[in-house]
Design a protein around this ligand. Structure first.
Ligand code: PCD
Length: 805
């Protein structure tokens, strides 16, 4: 049975292992209409739910009259808080230690809040019945500004009235949620007081929203005969949903099966638990029928988790020649009506405490105040590891402002402050230990590729030409250098609702030498079925084409904390490699037995074990797998399976250097991106083609956020951007050609040296686009202007600088 495939190179290529741009195996299904999304699930007798939502941002619910709705043929039930109260499900715990109304209990706190859940025989009847539910409201004063909320007598959360302690410590005011402090306040203030130069700036990272193509939804099916609840849904963390559903409902966890089928993009929007999920479960329990809930686009934008909404004030101290000596940051965080941020429990402002960025800053202090307002709850990590995008935007803007203050080149200012290669592992002033990095090499490569000096020369010429009236277009050179923090991660630091953040992989090798591996994560488009098979192929010597990857079914997958915060590669990817190594260790013993040598006398070689010094004597993994099941081997159990639960020793710290060259028409405010160069370092690269796709996607979402995408409210708390007419979602029209590049600095603690990459381009991209806009006006005195830089805001900035006179 020996397989005498000729050379090692060919054998290695056959594996399609790590480093190979393997085509995505899931795409055959996705491009041929064979995907299986939540809305594709159709069960016999299935009912449909739809929400009555509040038109007001703050109002008392005086009465709800269901009669007319119930009279409509096809309507089965109209649930309100009163119906959920006996089950204790009218309020639910949030990931941030707060509680949130499932259905309005006494009053509403934001426009679009869920007031009643109509259950009907089809989606259209449900929608008609929603119109027939009569709700009487009494309007209350609306607070949409967190600074006003902190001064106002209006109590938003009456349920918390008088409570001076919250989940994250003392509350200073009835609309205040928490203060989170990190670092050395006294030391930082001392440095600021004595510094040669201090630059100060306040910036608003506006409220926006992840906008996956597929909105959120669920199908609940309670089988009262077996006592088993099955819940399909758009869940980025299916196991967590199962545990939470069990704790809330009292149904034993083995009787709950949670399935995330195909997911049409997550971007953090599908991490939290929404009233729709809870209501579909309750409705299925009440009616005994499966109940589907799928939100529409407006509901998605108005009510499911928002992102950002951080007011950040920074002070950065430096010497005259540009060496940074200290950093102070204060954030006022607008959390909306409930604190439903999706962060590890101990981090109420996520990883905002990585705001010292890629720079060697000796002392720093961060304080974050969380505030309630009349806006939708959420606070998700939209394509970033918790609040790292806010942190990177903050420091990359502070660097630009400091460069202006020092009258210095911003690329040079970065270079002299980067953490040096030999300083890794590096402990930052706010506590994180960066695993590895080589920032100078990446920066130099980036600047050289784009001919940075040439760009600055051209820019200076353009400024002169503008002043002479020869052009109305200015040129911006946007720079950003970012360090991400991904892979939450270590159980000792990170948990969600008490559940430690490890991840898992379970592998079964079949007798004929193919395999199935199941993971605790869940792909939403990232291509896990392609890439995890590649890790395994390299680890166990079975072709990736012969390995099925399965995720998302809690009845079969090992327990895991899910996919967000670019944690799949750092955590589940590590578990995959470790489980693979267990398989290999057993395979080694089997091979040695079959080859009649000692275990230590065989070694792994691509797809086989060979006798050391006698390469013609070998057993392929296929042969070993067959023997594992079919041959009695003394002292070894039959079968070839392994499972690994991996608790990472640290997070991984990918980084990157981005440059954007932009021309801005001063009279129309229209920016034109001439060039975008992105160098990413995510350590060992599993699939270069998928990485490139991830970078393109992340940059496009960064462009969206920097140049127009926002959830805006008026003074009455009406959402002004609740449809895709107003909410900017870039198309091929707005998106430039991206140039991607890389360096490779492996993670020293990850079994295959890989770091995450999915979010990096977004985290580095937002400041890069923003800096490009702002840099175009630097020569005319602009220091800082807030995002999103849509045409109107750019025009206004130009106008304020007197460029239209
Ligand atoms: N990779 C490779 N290599 C390396 C790394 C990585 O190859 N070194 C690849 C992997 O395998 C996969 C990807 O890449 O496939 C990614 O990865 P990561 O970074 O690890 O990540 P994950 O975890 O997997 O995922 C997550 C992310 C996130 S977070 C987000 S937002 C987004 C991204 O992912 N999302 C999404 N991307 C994406 N894509 C798509 N298509 N879709 C979606 O949805 Mo959050 O937190 O949730 O916000």
């Amino acid at each position: 049975m020996n397989d005498l495939t000729p050379d090692r190179e060919e054998r290695s290529a056959n594996l399609k292992g790590m480093g190979c741009s393997r085509k995505r195996v899931e795409d055959a299904r996705f491009t041929q209409g064979k995907g299986n999304y939540v809305d594709d699930i159709k069960l016999p007798g299935m009912l449909h739910g739809d929400f009555v939502r509040s038109p007001y941002a703050h109002a008392r619910v005086v009465s709800i009259n269901k009669d007319a709705a119930m009279a409509l043929p096809g309507v089965v039930a109209v649930l309100t808080a009163e119906d959920l109260a006996p089950l204790n499900l009218h309020w639910m715990p949030t990931l941030a230690g707060d509680k949130q109304m499932v259905l309005a209990d006494g009053k509403v706190l934001f426009q679009g809040q869920e007031v009643a859940f109509v259950v009907a025989s089809d989606r259209y009847v449900a929608a008609d019945a929603v119109e027939l539910v009569e709700v009487e409201y009494e309007e209350l004063p609306v607070l949409t500004d967190p600074f006003e909320a902190l001064k106002s007598d209006v109590v938003l959360r009456e349920d918390l009235a008088g409570q001076t302690e919250g989940a994250h410590g003392p509350r200073k005011h009835h609309n205040h949620i928490f203060t989170w402090e990190q670092g050395d306040e006294t030391g930082t203030n001392q440095v600021l007081d004595n510094a040669e130069v201090v630059a100060e700036e306040t910036m608003y990272y506006h409220r926006t929203h992840p906008c996956p193509l597929e909105t959120c939804g669920s199908v609940a099916s309670m089988d009262k005969v077996n006592g088993k609840l099955t819940l399909w849904g758009t869940f980025q963390a299916p196991h967590v949903v199962r545990t939470v559903a069990s704790l809330l409902s009292g149904i034993e966890e083995h009787n709950i099966r949670v399935v995330s089928p195909d997911i049409g993009g997550g971007f953090g929007n599908k991490v939290g638990v929404y009233p729709g999920y809870v209501c579909s479960i309750v409705a299925s329990i009440v009616t005994g029928k499966p109940v589907k809930w799928v939100e529409d686009r407006m509901e998605n934008l108005m009510s499911t988790a928002f992102a950002r909404d951080y007011w950040m004030t920074g002070k950065i101290a430096a010497t005259k020649d540009g060496k940074i000596t200290g950093l102070h940051c204060h954030v006022t965080a607008d959390h909306g009506g409930f604190d439903a941020c999706a962060d590890p429990t101990k981090f109420p402002a996520g990883f905002m405490n990585i705001c010292t960025g890629s720079y060697d800053i000796p002392v720093a202090y961060l304080a974050v105040d969380g505030v309630y307002t009349n806006k939708a709850p959420g606070g998700v990590s939209y394509r970033c590891s918790f609040r790292v995008t806010e942190a990177v935007y903050f420091i990359e803007r502070m660097i630009e402002v400091l460069a202006i203050e020092l009258d210095m080149d911003a690329a040079e200012l970065r270079r002299i402050n980067f953490i040096k290669k030999e300083q890794f592992p590096y402990t930052a002033a706010l506590g994180w230990e960066y695993d590895s990095g080589d920032y100078h090499t990446a920066w130099d490569k980036a600047l050289k590729t784009v001919d940075y000096d040439g760009l600055r020369k051209e820019q200076a010429e353009r400024v002169e030409a503008f002043k002479r009236g020869e052009t109305r277009k200015l040129m911006g050179v946007g720079l950003s250098f970012f360090t991400e923090i991904v892979g939450a991660g270590p159980v000792k630091n990170c948990d969600i609702l008490g559940m430690g953040m490890f991840d898992s992989c379970e592998i079964r090798i079949h007798p004929t030498g193919s395999a199935i591996a199941r993971l605790g994560t869940i792909s939403q488009g990232q291509g896990h079925a392609t890439t995890f098979a590649q890790i395994l192929a390299s680890e166990i010597g079975i072709s990736a084409d012969s390995i099925t990857i399965e995720e998302g079914d809690t009845d079969t997958a090992p327990y895991g904390l899910g996919t967000y915060g670019s944690r799949s590669t750092p955590v589940a990817g590590a578990a995959t490699a470790m489980a693979g190594r267990k398989i290999r260790a057993k395979a080694q013993m089997i091979a040695a037995y079959l080859l009649e040598v000692h275990d230590d006398d065989v070694e792994f070689d691509i797809d086989r074990f060979v006798v050391k010094g006698a390469p013609e004597k070998f057993k392929t993994m296929k042969e070993i797998a067959y023997a594992a099941y079919n041959q009695a081997i003394p002292g070894i159990e039959p079968g070839l399976e392994a499972v690994s639960y991996y608790d990472p020793p640290n997070m991984t710290y990918p980084f990157g250097a981005y440059v954007c060259v932009m021309d801005i028409d001063v009279d129309t405010g229209v920016p034109e991106i001439r060039r975008f160069y992105a160098l990413d370092d995510c350590g060992t690269r599993i699939n270069p083609m998928i990485i490139e796709g991830q970078v393109h996607g992340g940059l496009t979402e960064a462009l969206a956020v920097a140049l127009g995408q926002e959830i805006a409210y008026d003074k009455l708390g009406n959402v002004k951007t609740g449809t895709l007419m107003d909410f900017f979602l870039p198309t091929a029209w707005e998106v430039p050609n991206y140039e991607t590049d890389y360096t490779v600095t492996p993670s020293p603690h990850h079994p295959i040296g890989a770091k995450g990459v999915g979010e990096s381009p977004h985290v580095g991209g937002v400041p890069c686009f923003s800096n490009a806009v702002q840099d175009a006006f630097r020569a005319f005195g602009l220091r800082h202007t807030n995002m999103p830089h849509d045409h109107w805001r750019i025009w206004q900035a130009a106008n304020q600088l007197g460029l239209h006179d």
